[in-house]
Design a protein around this ligand. Sequence first.
Ligand SMILES: NC(=O)c1ccc[n+]([C@@H]2O[C@H](COP(=O)([O-])OP(=O)(O)OC[C@H]3O[C@@H](n4cnc5c(N)ncnc54)[C@H](O)[C@@H]3O)[C@@H](O)[C@H]2O)c1
Length: 315
Amino acid sequence: MTQSVCPQALKLLENKAEVFVANDGDLNNYADQIKDADAIIVRIGKLDRKAIEKAPNLKVIGRTGVGYDNIDVEAANERNIPIVITPGANNLSVAEHTLAMMLAISKNLAQCDTETRNGNFTSVRGNGKIFEVCGKKVGIIGLGAIGIETARLCKALGMDVLGYDPYLPKEKIEELNILHYADYESMLGDCDFVSLHVPLLDETKNMIGKKQLQMMKKTAILINCARAGIVNEADLIEALENGTIAAAGTDVFETEPPPMDSPALRAKNLLCTPHSAAQTQEAVIRMHTMCVESCLAILRGQQVSNIANKVVYSK
Ligand SMILES: NC(=O)c1ccc[n+]([C@@H]2O[C@H](COP(=O)([O-])OP(=O)(O)OC[C@H]3O[C@@H](n4cnc5c(N)ncnc54)[C@H](O)[C@@H]3O)[C@@H](O)[C@H]2O)c1
């Protein structure tokens, strides 16, 4: 394991496995320990081709989450190694985090907290920056598990939900009472909030860059609780600095943790969280136990449906 799974998940391994915890996101540094590994579980970090090649016995890769852009899928496919993921385990947590960011920004919570403590109670109270989200339009890009949950919560707050997902039929999107857009760029100018819930793929890389930021309202707020790389970080910071959009919230960074001199950490109107959207107490237990149970099932020779590379089952 790159880092330890939670105690509930470790318990599932008692008397079944020898566990090595690297406490390091790069298992290339642990060639001796991974050379005999039957399973590798990646929490934070990466598993590249070189590391997979250092583990000739490897039969399953576990990833405690749904994003697996940090694992070399091609290298795993070549050896027919299933990559276990944990869909459904953190949908609600990430959707709640997205809403928390929207509410925190609309109520200017971060600045209000700092200024109240600094004795600027009156000036920050009356600065006219705060607004209600009810009645505002939120555009959701990517209507998978998290996107749909986010839409549900936004509606509970009285927001209008607009959506774009080229892989979901229009009828399905409309059934969810979401206003369907056939292309996301035409949606951007209609939104008060834009929230991203797509995986990081070649086609989604830099989906939001300078050009798209300019299509958004000057008052718009962008939320990224998906992956860095979907939003071009340098373009976002520039857009926040020069007022192209009003504010943004991000749970993800090009380099994680971002170096202390990262412009993102000094950006105006950017609310930052440390890739913590899925780290609720509840979601962590669900993700880790599901990951460990599925890895054990695969080692027993069973097929589980929650794998990222189903192609390995056809070989
Ligand atoms: N911040 C965090 O801690 C955290 C936690 C969990 C997931 N995530 C990220 O959120 C992403 C979404 O998670 P999910 O569970 O909803 O995944 P999901 O697979 O259920 O949904 C992804 C959706 O994106 C759609 N999509 C794919 N390509 C698209 C494109 N080009 N344009 C628009 N839509 C597109 C898919 O059709 C799908 O409906 C994950 O891939 C992961 O990177 C982040």
